[in-house]
Design a protein around this ligand. Structure first.
Ligand code: ATP
Ligand code: MG
Length: 558
């Protein structure tokens, strides 16, 4: 699964069917797609779907895909976002054919607007925002025509040139398309094409006091780049008539076909840059790449692999039907990938001291441990064993029920890759908390079995106290406790207070003293972990547990 997907494994979908027909009929000899983010935030898992569709289809059909920054709102956009978007697309494993910017086309967009004015298809309007709303009408009532609608072509050309020259204050005029104020589709009721905004642009500086609107910019940018299939999400379906209208009026080199698909919506999280931005700005999370965030950078820091995200996008498929995807689908993609590739190690998150009474003082043994029991080719390592160990606190229970197969007074368990031990005594502090276990070991059980063939039911993990590495571990849960936080009045109110639990006193086997930066490790019995690159103290982030703890809970609540 870490390999690139090969084309023949991918099921067809309605978009790949259209592309295949267009190639078969010679409508196109090659396809060209694009991924067109606005650089006003970090990319999230929803964008990953769009990236996989656009770049994936280009790859499957031997075509090309551009990365295009839709940078027409200078006040909300930033170079930090541009850089993060490039990093995320590349990390997912895709190479853009060309790196483009809508701002590359500002001059051409302006010329096309002049062309529209000359054809009597656009006019300069002086209605303000409030009046615009009043004139626009509603879904049930037609709109009204602006008094400026019949301004002469000469006057429109003059005013538009002066807008461009920076003569007017923000909001004084708009350039609008002249289409149909009575159209049942509100997007066709003389939509704005240009607005006055004296804002500094990260690429064009102060060259432009006017900026083109999204709908106008997008179709022309697609056409200039010879995009064959302009793939976008369903909310743009009602904008398609405008997309086609603009391209039908002006002489562009191509007329791409817009095709819409359903947005990815994931339960228990949000996929909206604006809301994610709020989480960062209001410090509900540490940063855009906080491992709880559904951003690509957050998932990367959490330990997700590019292959797992691409696999997830394949699994959810491409349809026109809006639906919510279970978080478990994403988690299963990463589990399956890591189950294959993650080396196994031992670490104790909540340590309980164990002293092996009959083990020689000062002795250390190197126990042979397999890096991946199902994959002998991944080799072995040694783990030191000694008289004082740590085990997981919840692997011990006083007065344990019969079915508890871990450690309890008088019961025997196997220490993974080491010996059988039996708990003989329990030491408590004044408050009655268990602080240490006294055990005996069977010297004949080295490696996990005894000459008498005695069976033990439980095997638990451990680390040697004197050799253990101290570490911090971050455990993550869903960011929200509501399945659709974006659908509530106040999504912030539904943040899960237990989305992050930090354990400061974890004890790990010594091989983890200098972990490989990019290796995801399976801590046996606990899940998959990756070193956090941004912490000074040795810190591991849990990517995902070994099993889906929520499946049971969801079932019980159903
Ligand atoms: P957001 O609402 O998060 O700000 P957006 O649509 O405004 O998202 P853009 O930067 O315009 O963000 O998105 C770039 C591309 O990614 C667009 O083509 C958009 O359709 C697509 N996209 C955005 N969100 C999703 C999603 N949840 N699922 C699939 N595609 C998405
Ligand atoms: Mg958008």
């Amino acid at each position: 699964m870490s390999e690139n997907n090969n084309e023949s494994q991918k099921p067809a979908n309605f978009i790949s069917n259209i592309i295949q027909q267009d190639l078969d009929s010679n409508k196109h000899t090659a396809i060209q797609t694009r991924f067109p983010p606005e650089p006003n935030g970090y990319l999230h898992i929803g964008h990953a779907k769009s990236i996989c569709i656009n770049f994936g289809l280009a790859e499957d059909f031997g075509g090309k895909c551009n990365l295009r920054f839709d940078d027409t709102n200078p006040e909300k956009e930033d170079d930090e976002y541009v850089e993060s978007i490039k990093e995320d697309v590349a990390w997912l494993g895709y190479r853009w054919s060309e790196l483009c910017h809508a701002s590359d086309y500002f001059e051409q967009l302006y010329d096309y607007a002049v062309e529209l004015i000359k054809q009597g298809k656009a006019y300069v309007d002086s209605l303000d925002a409030k009046q615009m709303r009043e004139y626009r009408g509603t879904l049930t009532e037609p709109g009204r025509e602006s008094p400026d609608r019949n301004r002469s072509i000469e006057d429109n050309l003059d005013l538009f040139a002066r807008m461009r020259a920076g003569e007017f204050e923000d909001g004084k005029y708009l350039l609008r398309a002249k289409i149909d104020m009575a159209s049942p589709n509100i997007n066709m009721r003389d939509p704005a094409l240009y607005r006055i905004k004296k804002a500094h642009h990260q690429r064009t500086g102060d060259d432009w006091p006017i900026y083109p609107m999204y709908d106008y910019t997008h179709c022309i940018s697609d056409a200039i780049e010879n995009i064959t299939h302009s793939l976008c999400t369903l909310e743009f379906e009602d904008h398609r008539p405008l997309y086609d209208w603009v391209l039908n009026q002006v002489q562009t080199p191509a007329h791409p076909q817009q095709i819409e698909f359903a947005r990815l919506q994931l339960k228990y999280t949000i996929t909206s840059k604006r809301k994610l931005n709020q989480l960062v700005t209001d410090k509900h999370v540490d940063s855009w790449d906080d491992p709880r965030m559904p951003t690509i950078s957050g998932l990367r820091r959490r330990g997700y692999t590019p292959a797992s995200i691409r696999d997830f996008c394949d699994r959810i498929g491409v349809t026109k039907k809006d639906s919510f995807i279970e978080m478990a689908v994403l988690e299963n993609s990463i589990r399956e990938d890591l189950n294959e590739i993650a080396p196994r190690v031992m670490g104790v998150l909540d340590p309980l001291k164990v002293t092996i009474e009959n083990y020689p003082d000062g002795q250390t043994e190197d126990m042979q441990a397999q890096n991946h029991p199902q994959k002998p080719e991944m080799g072995t390592r040694t783990v030191p064993f000694s008289k004082t160990l740590y085990i997981e606190r919840d692997d011990f229970m006083e007065d344990a029920p019969k079915k508890f197969f871990r450690l309890s007074q008088g019961r025997e368990v196997r220490l993974r890759y080491a010996y059988y031990v039996t708990c003989t005594d329990v030491i408590k502090d004044d408050a009655g908390n268990v602080i240490e276990l006294i055990c005996t070991y069977d010297p004949e059980s080295r490696g996990g079995s005894t000459p008498d063939g005695r069976k033990v039911k439980g095997t638990i993990h451990w680390v040697s106290a004197e050799h253990a590495v101290d570490a911090r571990v971050n455990l993550y849960d869903r960011l929200f406790s509501h399945p659709n936080p974006a659908g509530t009045d106040d999504f912030i109110a539904h943040l899960n207070p237990e989305s992050l639990i930090t354990l400061e006193n974890c004890k790990l086997e010594p091989s983890l003293a200098t972990p490989d930066e990019d290796t995801r490790y399976q801590f046996e019995r606990l899940g998959y972990f990756i070193k956090d690159k941004q912490s000074d103290k040795l810190t591991f982030n849990r990517t995902v547990t070994l099993r889906d703890a929520w499946a049971k809970i969801d079932k019980a609540n159903a």
